[in-house]
Design a protein around this ligand. Structure first.
Ligand code: ZN
Length: 303
C-alpha cells in the first residue's frame, strides 16, 4: 500500500517531536514527548511508540524520517558526534528500522533544517540553499536542487568546526572547543559563544538574546558585543559564499531571532566575498523551530 503521509521525527536532547505531513507539506498532526535521558533503548522504544500513535490516529502507514544530532559514519555505519552521547556508537538507522519493521531514513538535524527551508520555506525555489543553526551549537547543511549534500564523509555543511576566518587580535588562537580544537566558528557564533565573549569583555553573564535586548535599549557594551558578533558572522558566511556561492542562506536556532542580523551581516560580508556584488540573500526561517521535524519528514519523496 502506498504510504498515505510522511512522518518526521526530531530527536533532540530534551524532547522527541513527531510530525505527519501530507503530500503538500500540510501538517496533519504533531506530538512531542520528553527524551528518555541517557537511555538509548528507551529512546528507540519511544520513537516506535510515537510512530505507532501517529499512525493509529491517522489510520494509515507513513514513511519515517529521523533528524538526529550527530550523523552516521559512512565508514562504520555507527552514530558519531551526537551531543546526546548515548547514541554514539549505535547503528541507529538499523535499530529504529528493526523496531518499526520498515526502512527509515536518518539525517543530521542541521541538514533537516536546511532541507525543510529549501523545500517549502525561506529557500523555496532556490537551487543552492545553506542552512545555518545558531543555537547552543553551530551547525550547517547544504541543499542543492532539493537534495541534501551529505558528502563522502557525511560532514557536508559542517561549518561550525572550521576556524573563524580572518581572525584579529585576541580571536587568535580563540576559545577551546569541545571538538578538541581552538577557535572554531561555534565557539564564537553559538549562543554560549556570544555570552562567553560578552562575559570576557564586560564581566556580565548574560544570554545572547539578553545582550541583544540590552543593546537595543542603548547599552554600549552590549552593542559592542553584538557588533563583534555581526562581524564574525559576516566573515564566517563570506567563507561559505566563496566556496559554494549559495542563492540563499537561512538562519535557524535561537539567535536567528535577532532581526538586525539580516541587514547588518550582508552590509559587511561584501568586504570578504570575492565578487564585485553579492546577490546571496540572508533570510530568517519560515518554519522556525519546526524545520527540524519537517525536514525529517521531507527525507522521503512525495508519493
Ligand atoms: Zn570545534
Amino acid at each position: 500500500m502506498k504510504p498515505a503521509f510522511r512522518i518526521g521525527i526530531d530527536l533532540g536532547g530534551t524532547k522527541i517531536e513527531a510530525m505527519a505531513l501530507d503530500s503538500d507539506g500540510g501538517v496533519l498532526l504533531r506530538h512531542r514527548i520528553a527524551t528518555p535521558a541517557g537511555d538509548a533503548p528507551a529512546t528507540i522504544a519511544a520513537i516506535r511508540d510515537l510512530v505507532e500513535a501517529v499512525e493509529t490516529r491517522l489510520g494509515g502507514t507513513g514513511t519515517v524520517g529521523v533528524g538526529t544530532p550527530g550523523s552516521l559514519s559512512p565508514a562504520t555505519g555507527l552514530m558519531r558526534n551526537a551531543n546526546s552521547t548515548c547514541l554514539n556508537g549505535l547503528a541507529l538507522d538499523r535499530l529504529i528500522a528493526d523496531a518499526l519493521g520498515r526502512p527509515v531514513r536518518i539525517a543530521n538535524d542541521a541538514n533537516c533544517f536546511a532541507l525543510s527551508e529549501a523545500a517549502d520555506g525561506a529557500g523555496a525555489g532556490a537551487a543552492v540553499v545553506f542552512g545555518v543553526i545558531l543555537g547552543t551549537g553551530v551547525g550547517g547543511g547544504l541543499v542543492i536542487d532539493g537534495k541534501i549534500l551529505t558528502g563522502r564523509n557525511a560532514v557536508g555543511g559542517e561549518w561550525g568546526h572550521n576556524p573563524l576566518p580572518w581572525p584579529v587580535g585576541d580571536e587568535r588562537p580563540g576559545p577551546d572547543c569541545y571538538c578538541g580544537r581552538t577557535g572554531c566558528i561555534e565557539t564564537f557564533l553559538s549562543g554560549p559563544g556570544m555570552a562567553r565573549d560578552h562575559l570576557a569583555q564586560t564581566g556580565e553573564d548574560l544570554s545572547g538574546l539578553a545582550i541583544a535586548t540590552n543593546a537595543a535599549a542603548g547599552d554600549m557594551a552590549a552593542h559592542a558585543t553584538l557588533d563583534r558578533y555581526i562581524d564574525r558572522l559576516a566573515r564566517g558566511l563570506a567563507h561559505v559564499v566563496n566556496l559554494v556561492d549559495p542563492d540563499v542562506i537561512v538562519l535557524g536556532g535561537g539567535l536567528s531571532n535577532l532581526s538586525l542580523l539580516y541587514e547588518a551581516v550582508p552590509a559587511r560580508w561584501g568586504h570578504w566575498i570575492f565578487s564585485d556584488t553579492v546577490a546571496t540573500r540572508l533570510v530568517p526561517p519560515v518554519h522556525g523551530d519546526s524545520s527540524g521535524v519537517r525536514g525529517a519528514a521531507w527525507l522521503w519523496p512525495v508519493t
